[in-house]
Ligand binder design. Structure first.
Ligand SMILES: Nc1ncnc2c1ncn2[C@@H]1O[C@H](COP(=O)(O)OP(=O)(O)OP(=O)(O)O)[C@@H](O)[C@H]1O
Length: 479
């Protein structure tokens, strides 16, 4: 409208023309009302002031720096301003050299975030969201969700987006693959920090691309959770054990073994103190047999596994009878240790089990343990290749679940719950290659609706041999 007022367009004004485009319905040309220049200039000025204020609120440090520099140049001349810039640069350089972590925290990552906001996100925002189908047209005007802030750290960019009124976070979750491609990232995870907002997490570097050595055996006994690996942010990941059950789902070769052994490794000091016991079901006889001396009970055949699980149910019920009316939770002690029931391949005992009576006994014992074991100190940690198999019935009884590499995208939601795949848990895309992919899995954490990618420390055969030599009960007793 402003141009129509300020500039006389050539040719005659065409009025009341109805135009059509092949991809839209009828579009009517709006009536042009000549506006006084002063109104248009005032509107432009208002837009400018609003833009400056918005910029100052969103980027206070950058705006303050530019303003301070302008003030110095105005009051003292450009030489003083240039000297100030050089001096500030030297100070920042010294800070970065002596205290790189605090420098990155307060200055470095802010600068990276600002650059990424400007160069990667802001530049393509409207077009990328329009092509992804995340903009909305209302009465001929197109509205784009607001790109409010970008925060960066060593691994990820977190893009804070204010949704359009009436838009829902699921729309972004469904388009996470489009967004990842649009902004050149390997993936995009969608979180909802509060109503009306989404946070899109774009990883810049993959910290998990190389295997991680087995996590150190803790110095002090601890049973609540175990440090089994590292998250993509580089933080240790503690898997909850006490008061819960854990399901590890992953195709063959996905690295379930390193998670199972990571649990054993982290609980060794507690086991040495008598506060944790390992009962192992190893129907494949491949995985757990290697560290057999570490286990207080070990079962391999279907019959033996059924007996072991029923013994766990008896121990659980005996405790429940004693606790009834007296206490509501379990505290591990040498008299009342946490019993960790490890099951290497759940489907061997359920879906592939040919002996019907064994299958029924295992199913009944597992269902009882999973529904009643948590409060009295019996935790099940089970591995499973195919989450579609007959374990469907008990799958949801595991409060903590890990989706390692899976064969099909549909399997992800079966393991992690509805919507996990859309929110970025692309477990079917974890590389098959052992070096780049084994041991990587997606987990859900209580603090965030977005799945978190974790790589378990690689517990090698040599680590297991060392664990057996240093920590098995027989050897400790002999010493
Ligand atoms: N965290 C890890 N980091 C790197 N390599 C790993 C990791 N975990 C396992 N591996 C390697 O990947 C291969 C497969 O691991 P593993 O046997 O644990 O897989 P799995 O899921 O138990 O497979 P299956 O169900 O067939 O037994 C092994 O060679 C192992 O050494």
């Amino acid at each position: 409208m402003a141009f129509i007022v300020l500039r006389k367009l050539p040719g005659a004004e065409v009025q009341g023309v109805v135009s059509t485009r092949p991809d839209t319905s009828v579009v009517f040309t709006p009536t042009v009302i000549p506006t006084p220049a002063v109104v248009v200039i005032a509107a432009k000025l208002w837009g400018l002031v609003a833009g400056v204020v918005r910029g100052a609120v969103r980027h206070p440090v950058s705006v303050a720096l530019v303003a301070a520099l302008g003030l110095v140049a105005w009051l003292l001349g450009w030489r003083a301003a240039a000297g100030g810039v050089l001096g500030a640069g030297a100070l920042l350089g010294a800070w970065a050299g002596y205290r790189p972590e605090s420098f990155m925290r307060w200055v470095g990552w802010q600068a990276v975030a600002w650059w990424r906001w400007l160069w990667v996100y802001r530049r393509h925002w409207g077009a990328a969201l329009a092509v992804s189908g995340l903009t909305h047209a209302v009465r001929g005007r197109t509205y784009v969700p607001d790109l409010v802030r970008v925060k960066s750290d060593a691994t990820n960019d977190r893009v804070h987006v204010k949704l359009l009124a009436g838009q829902e976070d699921g729309a972004f979750a469904e388009r996470s693959a489009n967004l990842a491609h649009a902004f050149g990232a390997v993936s995009c995870r969608v979180g909802t920090p509060r109503p009306g907002w989404v946070v899109l997490t774009f990883p810049r570097h993959d910290r998990l691309v190389r295997p991680i050595p087995a996590r150190p055996i803790p110095l002090l006994p601890r049973v609540d959770s175990v440090d089994v690996g590292v998250t993509e942010d580089g933080r240790p990941y503690r898997l909850q054990i006490h008061g819960t059950h854990v399901l590890l789902a992953g195709a063959t070769g996905a690295g379930k073994g390193s998670w199972l052994w990571g649990v054993v490794r982290g609980l060794l000091p507690a086991a040495a103190k008598g506060e944790a016991l390992f009962w192992a079901c190893d129907p494949k006889r491949m995985e757990l047999s290697y560290g057999r001396p570490l286990f207080d009970r070990y079962a391999a055949t279907g019959e033996e596994c059924a007996e072991l699980l029923e013994a766990a149910v008896r121990a659980m019920q005996e405790r429940a009878d004693r606790y009834a009316g007296l206490r509501r939770d379990h505290v591990p002690t040498p008299d009342e240790p946490l019993i960790v029931v490890l099951v290497d391949e759940l489907a061997f005992l359920s879906a592939y089990q040919t002996d019907r009576s064994v299958k029924a006994r295992v199913g009944a014992a597992l269902a009882t343990l999973l529904t009643q074991g948590r409060a009295v100190g019996v935790s099940v940690v089970a591995a499973l290749q195919d989450p579609r198999k007959e374990v469907v019935g008990i799958r949801n009884l595991f409060p903590h679940r890990v989706a390692l590499r899976l064969d099909e995208p549909d399997q992800v939601d079966l393991v992690l719950g509805d919507g996990a795949r859309d929110r970025g848990a692309a477990a079917e895309l974890i590389p098959h290659d052992r070096v780049r992919g084994a041991g990587i899995g997606y987990v859900r954490v209580e603090t965030s609706p977005e799945p978190v990618r974790v790589r378990a420390g690689h517990v090698t055969d040599q680590d297991i041999r060392h664990m057996v030599l240093a920590w098995s009960p027989d050897i400790r007793e002999a010493v």
